[in-house]
Design a protein around this ligand. Structure first.
Ligand code: BG6
Length: 807
């Protein structure tokens, strides 16, 4: 068509033109063919009139159109919701009108592009199964009418999770594309409320979609700086190899502070709170990116996932004391108003949390990872800050220190995710560390900003890089869905691993009262917190505790450690914390004395829950303990493999052994697992243990045996009416427990009574009744094995907390 007039004007060159026309046609055909090959994509945005869609998702889809339409794909965008067609269309029209083009687009071109996008976008109500079927038919009809090939369908769920199952069922049954075309579903959090509900939801979704079809969105993984963490570690391997470990890292802070509050969202927030809303997902993802072992190929999503899962497995379990919680003062009132709660209603939902995480592996042991997020704080900023230990001693005075040379200035790497004083995403590396390498096509050095200080140092102290083109997280993730880049999304395994980690803490905090804070700059130092060992605590004590009002109840320090007699032996009683501290002190003193006299200390420990706090105390607070000369024995064991969480040895390992330095040849687990079976008589495990004791412990007399007392009067694994272990010659016996696991191995009473010292730890209200009973009975080990504990020539001491002793 275009060529024809030219033929007329230039008849002499007709041959050339014929050839040219032919080649243009071939090229055009190739183009058309390519276009056909690339095919048609339908994007269905569910919840298209909602907040997230209006703020980010439509813009992300527009960006997708701008990036990809020119490459031969054809698109249609179906905004869907439950709203009536008329209302929906109105909302969508407004949103489409407000879309923005990339900065360098001329206004006229922008208007043209927006117009094209609007032509391809529609609103439709999707409510019933028939609606979904009709949508599918429409897509098929369109594809056929336009002579296209269908490449795939993206369903983006921007809806509350209770709607997931119905929508998923409808898509699966009537909206899957035909053979040869793909289906991708993008899902927005929350993905459950705890491990169980997440598992349920995952199973449900798994019945409709294959794992490969699901894209669970964590929009923080789409933030440019977060997405840069692994590539940064990869591209700077050489410099970081020597730095990225407990030997050099002092602490890691993973922070997301917000100034907004939860107003308008309390129906969601009231159920979730800050830990579920932010820490369980965004901050945990970042934590794994920082902490994981670096895969050789960081762009392999499978390798990244496996390394992430490995990092999850190394996370030390959280306890109540690992977190501090706050709530901004206006929150309860917002909940009352928005959720029509009665006047007296007070919410316990935290809007602020700081959590201390430890990672028990060789790389990170002992390095605190601090996760913190909150609403109604003084500024909006998110970042990951890796602060290195200051291991240098500078001789010259500070005025001679040069930022890129002095090792005495702070050394840090900051992944500055956004906002804050800097106002844009950036990667900062202290000049005294190394000059980082970032891809120059997408990252550029930040221009100097005199006067700007970040993390205590002027910006000029850092090598600072920011993205050449700033992009919104959702636009990036939508593009990744389109390109099937799964490494920016949360797999089912990844999700469940995170919930396994967070659920016990959430359970233990369910009834915790958060500290109230006024919000904004007025928070002052109220939310500052400090950590030591495994615990976090607010730095400032609440005022009401500093000045006890009339009628306030007794606090632990109102009581002295009580010394008395129980069954004619010394009794020490106190509040649990003090009791544990006292017992730990006494054990250390005994250990020091034994090592001084005999060169070693033989300690036999029981399992169960009571000693855990003791193990933790010994692990964190007893630097003078002669661990190198201590032999650790078990007073009893459950017949399960040593790595089983039920194993007493496992409790010892988790709460004590991995934190102290006991030579491995001084650790003596009970041989309950021999020849791949558990506690078989023929394997003679009990005898083997007895022989080991006789060989190593002089006179088979332990320096200290720590025991507990069960509610039925059992001690170690010697239960009432036990046919073995209560008397006789045997030092170690196999016994039966009325509770699972039924089979046990235990030191016998005669062996226990040979000890130089026996300490019995009894804690909690549940022990009150048996404590009263045992105080009155005589020597009746058959009925109450604990009553048979009476060292032949050693000393017996009872350690009971007030709840067990006074009830
Ligand atoms: C969301 C949370 O996931 O992240 C919100 O649900 C929070 O409560 C938001 O405000 C913060 O995201 P950004 O991108 O603004 O840092």
């Amino acid at each position: 068509m275009v060529a024809e007039p030219s033929f007329k004007r230039y008849p002499r060159h007709a041959g050339v033109w014929k050839m040219l026309t032919a080649s243009v046609c071939v090229a055009l055909l190739a183009c058309l063919h390519a276009q056909e090959l690339r095919g048609h994509i339908s994007v269905i945005l569910l919840g298209a009139t909602g907040d997230l869609a209006r703020k980010y998702l439509w813009q992300g889809l527009f960006q997708l159109y701008l990036d990809e339409a020119g490459k031969g794909h054809s698109f249609r965008f179906h905004g869907a919701a439950l709203t009536t067609t008329e209302q929906g269309q109105e909302v969508i029209a407004k949103v489409l009108e407000s879309l923005s083009c990339p900065r360098d687009t001329a206004p006229a071109r922008c208007a043209e592009l927006k117009d094209q996008f609007q032509q391809l976008s529609e609103y439709r109500r999707l409510k019933t199964a028939e609606d979904y079927l009709a949508l599918s038919k429409d897509i098929e009809a369109w594809v056929q009418r336009e002579g296209l090939r269908e490449a795939g369908r993206v369903f983006y769920f921007s809806v509350p999770p209770f709607a997931y199952a119905d929508i998923a069922r409808n898509i699966n049954s009537s909206c899957r594309p035909g053979p040869g075309a793909w289906l991708r579903v993008a899902l927005e959090k929350p993905f459950g409320h705890d491990h169980r509900s997440a598992q349920q939801l995952a199973t449900e979704l798994g019945s409709f979609f294959q794992e490969d079809e699901m894209y669970r969105v964590d929009h923080y993984l789409g933030k440019q700086v977060v997405a840069q963490i692994l590539p940064f570690r990869d591209q700077n391997r050489e410099a970081l190899d020597g730095l990225w470990s407990r030997h050099h890292v002092d602490r890691v802070e993973i922070i997301m502070k917000e100034t907004v509050d939860a107003g308008g969202r309390t129906s969601f927030y009231e159920e979730y709170g800050v830990i579920r809303d932010v820490l369980q997902n965004h901050l945990t993802e970042i934590l794994t990116l920082v902490a994981m072992e670096l895969p050789r190929n960081v762009s392999s999503s499978e390798a990244v996932l496996q390394h992430k899962l490995q990092a999850f497995r190394a996370l030390r379990g959280l306890q109540k004391g690992s977190a501090v919680l706050g709530q901004y003062q206006a929150y309860s009132e917002q909940v009352r108003r928005e959720l029509q709660k009665p006047d007296g209603f007070h919410s316990l939902t935290p809007t602020f949390a700081g959590v201390l995480v430890h990672i028990d592996n060789l790389r990170w042991e002992g390095v605190p990872f601090i996760l913190m997020s909150g609403k109604a704080l003084d500024e909006r900023v998110s970042y990951v800050r890796i602060l290195f230990k200051n291991q240098a001693c500078c001789v010259q005075s500070e005025k001679h220190w040069v930022p890129d040379q002095s090792r005495c200035l702070p050394q840090q790497i900051v992944f500055y995710i956004g906002h804050g004083e800097l106002g844009s995403p950036a990667v900062l590396v202290s000049r005294n560390l190394f000059r980082p390498s970032l891809p120059s096509s997408s990252w550029q050095e930040v221009a100097g900003r005199p006067g700007l200080h970040l993390f205590g140092r002027p910006l000029s102290d850092y090598y600072a890089y920011s993205p050449v083109r700033e992009q919104d997280a959702y636009s990036i993730l939508i593009s990744h869905i389109f390109h099937h880049r799964k490494d920016s999304f949360i797999t089912t395994e990844n999700l469940l691993a995170s919930w396994v980690f967070w659920t016990p803490l959430l359970d233990s905090l369910a009834h915790e009262v958060p500290r109230l804070y006024p919000g904004g700059a007025e928070n002052g130092r109220l939310l500052d917190f400090e950590f030591s060992g495994n615990n976090l605590a607010f730095s400032q004590q609440p005022l009401e505790q500093l000045v006890p009002g009339p009628g306030s109840g007794p606090t632990p320090s109102d009581f002295q450690v009580l010394r008395a007699k129980y069954r004619e032996s010394p009794l020490i009683s106190a509040w649990p914390e003090e009791l544990i501290a006292k017992l730990a002190d006494d054990i250390e003193a005994t250990a020091v004395q034994a090592v001084r006299r005999f060169g070693k200390f033989h300690l036999a420990l029981s399992g169960g829950s009571s000693p855990i706090a003791l193990f933790q105390q010994l692990a964190t607070g007893h630097y003078g303990f002669p661990w190198a000369h201590t032999h650790l024995w078990l007073a009893d064991e459950r017949c399960v493999p040593l790595w089983d969480p039920e194993s007493n040895f496992q409790g010892l390992q988790v709460h004590l052994l991995q934190h102290v330095r006991v030579p491995y040849y001084n650790i003596h687990p009970m041989p309950v697992h021999l020849r791949q079976r558990l506690c078989a008589e023929e394997d003679r495990g009990a005898q083997v243990y007895a022989e080991e004791i006789s060989a190593l412990v002089a006179n088979s007399s332990f320096d200290l045996v720590l025991l507990g007392m069960g509610t039925d009067g059992h001690t170690a694994s010697l239960f009432p009416q036990s046919p073995t272990g209560l008397d006789g010659e045997q030092l170690v016996v196999l016994t039966k427990s009325p509770f699972r696991p039924y089979q046990r191995m235990s030191l016998s009473l005669p062996l226990i009574n040979r000890a130089r010292k026996v300490a019995v730890l009894v804690m909690g209200r549940m022990k009150r009744e048996i404590a009263v009973l045992v105080s009155r009975v005589g020597h009746e080990p058959r009925k109450w094995p604990i009553s048979g504990v009476l060292p032949d020539s050693g000393q017996l001491v009872w350690y009971m907390d007030y709840e067990a002793f006074l009830g």
